[in-house]
Design a protein around this ligand. Structure first.
Ligand SMILES: Nc1nc2c(ncn2[C@@H]2O[C@H](COP(=O)(O)OP(=O)(O)OP(=O)(O)O)[C@@H](O)[C@H]2O)c(=O)[nH]1
Ligand SMILES: [Mg+2]
Length: 357
């Protein structure tokens, strides 16, 4: 009421200018309110200055779990073999796996006995060095045909992240200057074809589309023909999600893999299995089962941003012997990092302080 009175008094005082001024003020208030509401609705996307920052950000949940755990266990008390033993829970929770965890604890105790380990920072440095060594060595690069198109067949269980990972890989390869052709061999659902078509449009690449329920191998056949005829650098084939336990569907995958050989003898040059990092140890079982049907040459570990168990990479390395070639860091085409052991462990445990010797 008093606000209204004040406004009327002000209007009377302003004479002929009252109406335009009040309308102007009203517009300014509405615009400011809309901007404030918009800001609240859309949380700001973090901006990354380099790809490693993106990886570091995605591994934040796992890193937080490990570092908080270490701080709680050894931050305020003296190191002892008992304290070292208590670290197993932290490492297992991060999905580093029982075998590696035990080896790491044994190594920590040995160093402690020798007197080379006395505090929190020493433990962290030991873990970093050991994990880098275990994951280290040359990671084989994505396959590249000596001549003609390189064919990448992408497979995995339902919802693992195949189609989104293909979008990321496409962008990654296009950035490197390659011409990419996509193939929508997931013909089970019209929505699946549509999803890949939308990505092709957004990324400005060509696509061979399958009709719903068409034989996925027939679509792959057409795509090979086109890839050769138009001399594409890469052909990436999306397939329907399938349970690794379903023999018929696994047979269909073998057929898709076989059909292209008529056009490109070495096809597929790369069979990328997409694993959902949030499924933890189950992903390891999936990979073992897929490998029985089709020679999986590399892993795309998707959704590492959605889990506090990023240590699964270590178990995969230990148990499967299939290299992780890429890591998925979110839902956008830019959310991809080629796998690099040192960078991954830096993301997992935090970077070394720059002043460290
Ligand atoms: N946070 C996060 N989400 C992801 C990532 N990769 C994929 N997703 C999401 O996971 C969901 C499933 O992804 P899709 O790419 O459709 O999975 P798909 O394996 O092709 O699924 P089907 O074709 O149904 O078997 C979507 O909501 C994606 O946005 C990732 O790296 N991080
Ligand atoms: Mg899909």
């Amino acid at each position: 009421m008093s606000g209204l009175l004040a406004t009327l008094t002000l209007a009377a005082g302003l004479g002929d200018y009252a109406v335009p001024i009040l309308i102007g003020l009203g517009v300014v208030v509405v615009v400011i309110s809309l901007l404030v509401m918009r800001g609240k609705r859309q949380p700001k996307e973090p901006v990354f200055s380099d790809p490693f920052e993106r990886l570091e950000h995605a591994l934040g949940k796992t890193r937080g779990g490990i570092l908080d755990g270490l701080r709680r266990a050894i931050g305020s008390q003296e190191l002892s073999e008992q304290v070292i033993d208590s670290l197993d829970e932290i490492l297992i929770q991060a999905d580093i796996g029982p075998t590696t965890t035990q080896t790491l604890l044994d190594g920590l105790k040995e160093s402690f006995r020798k007197g080379t380990l006395s505090n929190h920072a020493d433990v962290l440095a030991f873990l970093r060095a050991q994990l880098i060594e275990r994951l280290g060595g040359e990671v084989p690069k994505l396959a590249k045909a000596d001549s003609g198109p390189t064919v990448i067949l992408v497979c995995g269980v339902n919802g693992a992240g195949k189609t989104t990972s293909i979008a990321k890989l496409t962008r990654h390869l296009a950035e490197e200057g390659h011409r990419v052709l996509l193939c929508a061999s997931d013909t089970f659902r019209a929505a699946a074809v549509e999803q890949l078509r939308t990505w092709a449009e957004r990324l400005s690449v060509e696509i061979v589309l399958g009709q719903q329920n068409q034989d996925p191998a027939a679509v792959a056949h057409d795509a090979h023909e086109k890839a050769v005829a138009k001399n594409f650098d890469y052909l990436i084939i999306d397939t329907a999600g399938r349970l690794h336990t379903d023999k018929n569907l696994m047979g269909e995958l073998e057929k898709i893999a076989r059909v292209g050989k008529k056009h490109i003898a070495e096809s597929p040059h790369e069979v990328l299995l997409v694993l959902d990092a949030t499924t933890g140890q189950n992903g390891v079982r999936q990979a073992a089962a897929f490998s029985e049907s089709i020679p999986v040459t590399g892993l795309f570990l998707a959704k590492i941003d959605g889990t506090a168990r990023g240590g699964i990479v270590v178990v995969i390395r230990e148990e499967l012997g299939i290299p992780v070639k890429f890591v998925g860091l979110g839902e956008q085409p830019t959310d991809i990092a080629p796998f690099d052991a040192t960078r991954f462990i830096d993301g997992l445990l935090g970077r070394l302080p720059t002043t460290a010797s």
